[in-house]
Every structure is written in structure tokens, then in C-alpha cells.
Design a protein around this ligand. Structure first.
Ligand SMILES: Cc1cc2nc3c(=O)[nH]c(=O)nc-3n(C[C@H](O)[C@H](O)[C@H](O)COP(=O)(O)OP(=O)(O)OC[C@H]3O[C@@H](n4cnc5c(N)ncnc54)[C@H](O)[C@@H]3O)c2cc1C
Length: 220
């Protein structure tokens, strides 16, 4: 079956902005009635689960590791790119978009990379608010370095442990929601299959790695 990218229609740089402005929203009092499954507790899964939990949804999050902090994200070192143009060296969302497409050997999905470049600026502020200790210059402002052969300095970093520090930040946000009861954490659980109903993912089959038992989990 050919893979369908499922990205919204419209001009490349507006696709996701337009989609977000017109998509259906969920009323606040209905959010707690909606169950969501997230598989993985690396930077992607942990932050998604924490954010959805904070919004009020019922979240179940799965990892085959013993702790979310074991995810491979811990290994990322160099830093995280954001088009904030703090150095006033001519950076922009378009330049970060273009450099990322080029760095990905022109194989990446363009509208999604554009979205990544757009939100890159807010991600840094979110991580700082979560307590991620990014490097700072002597005046106390966030420092940047040039990374990956680009012409501008847009990489925010925490020595050589950016992924580790970001993962601790995401893990803290996740743990807060677990303590609140909005997120249920299933560690040592491996997803084996996705349950599809009428073309939509409605649940997973997982194995409890401690006792070997198969489990099924349903969600909206
Ligand atoms: C050495 C190294 C250096 C890097 N340096 C940088 C850098 O400087 N800057 C940068 O931007 N990026 C860098 N990256 C890339 C970046 O780290 C990754 O792209 C990113 O961390 C991936 O995050 P993730 O949450 O998608 O995946 P991961 O962190 O790999 O998390 C995957 C999660 O899914 C879970 N999982 C997987 N399969 C199952 C299953 N079947 N059932 C249940 N759970 C499952 C795992 O337990 C884990 O929790 C680097 C990567 C490496 C390895």
C-alpha cells in the first residue's frame, strides 16, 4: 500500500498554521473523557504525554525501558537548533527550514520541517521554563554555537549533554502529571501491535516484560 503523508493542504509554509487555526477543538470539560495512548518516553513521547496530561486528557504512556530516562534521547549531545536570531547574524525561520532540508539530503517532508522551524523558537523558552540549564554567556543571556556547518550560530546547548538535560526536563514534566493522576506510566511494557478500527489507531497490544503477559489497551 503506498504511504500517504497525510499532511494538510495549502501552500507549504502555511499548511500547519492554517490547519491549527481551523481544526476542531475539544471542549475543556470533554478532555477528561478522552483516552490517549502514547508509545515511547524519549523527548518526543515524554513531552507529548506530559503536555496532553496537563491539558486534561487521560493519558497512558508506554516504554519498554525501566525508566523514561533510559530513552535514546539521553545520547544527543551537540544541541538544539532554533531560529531565534539572538546573534543578529541573519537567521530566520526560512533559513533554518532550508538548512534542515539540505541537512536531511532533501528527503524530509517539507511542510513538517517548516513547522519544526516555526516552533523551534518556542521550544527553547519551554525547555528553559522546565529548568533545562542551557549554556549562557557572561551577561547571563542564552549562548549559541554554530553547528553542523551552517553559516549562523543558532544551536542552544548544555555542554555536551543537551539531550540528557532536555530529557530530565521532559521527565520532570511527565512525573508531575503522573503524580497528578492525569498520566499513567507503563514502564517495562513493549508495544507489539497497533489495533486499527476503520483505518484509525484505537489501541495497542503490549507485553508486560516483567511477567510476560499480553495486555490490550484501548484509547480514542
Ligand atoms: C549520539 C547521538 C547524538 C545526537 N545528537 C543530537 C543533537 O546534537 N541534536 C539533535 O537535535 N539531535 C541529536 N540526536 C538525535 C536525537 O537525539 C533523536 O532524534 C531524538 O532524541 C529522538 O527522540 P525520540 O523521543 O523520538 O526517541 P527515543 O529517545 O529513542 O525514545 C524512543 C522511546 O520509545 C520507546 N519504545 C520504542 N519502541 C517501543 C515499543 N515497541 N514499545 C514500547 N516502547 C517503545 C523507548 O523505550 C523510548 O522510550 C542525536 C542522537 C544520538 C544517538
Amino acid at each position: 500500500m503506498p504511504f500517504s503523508p497525510n499532511t494538510p493542504s495549502g501552500p507549504l509554509s502555511d499548511k500547519w498554521t492554517q490547519y491549527r487555526s481551523t481544526m476542531n477543538l475539544v471542549a475543556p470539560n470533554n478532555k477528561r473523557r478522552i483516552d490517549i495512548i502514547v508509545v515511547g518516553t524519549g523527548l518526543a513521547g515524554a513531552s507529548a504525554a506530559a503536555t496532553l496530561g496537563e491539558l486534561g486528557y487521560n493519558v497512558k504512556v508506554f516504554t519498554f525501558h525501566d525508566s523514561p530516562r533510559r530513552a535514546h534521547s539521553i545520547a544527543a549531545q551537540g544541541g538544539i537548533n532554533a531560529a531565534k536570531n539572538y546573534q543578529n547574524d541573519g537567521d530566520s525561520v526560512y533559513r533554518l527550514f532550508y538548512d534542515t532540508i539540505k541537512g536531511g539530503d532533501y528527503r524530509s517532508r517539507e511542510s513538517n520541517v517548516h513547522r519544526l522551524a516555526e516552533v523551534s523558537r518556542n521550544i527553547i523558552d519551554q525547555a528553559v521554563a522546565q529548568g533545562v540549564p542551557f549554556a549562557r554567556d557572561y551577561g547571563g543571556l542564552l549562548a549559541n554555537r554554530s553547528f553542523g556547518g551552517v553559516q549562523v550560530s543558532r544551536t542552544f546547548y548544555a555542554r555536551g549533554q543537551t539531550g540528557q538535560q532536555l530529557l530530565i526536563g521532559a521527565y520532570q514534566a511527565l512525573s508531575r502529571q503522573v503524580a497528578n493522576g492525569s498520566v499513567q506510566l507503563f514502564n517495562r511494557h513493549e508495544m507489539l501491535d497497533v489495533v486499527m478500527v476503520d483505518g484509525k489507531a484505537r489501541g495497542i497490544i503490549s507485553r508486560n516484560l516483567l511477567n510476560g503477559k499480553l495486555e490490550r489497551h484501548a484509547a480514542h
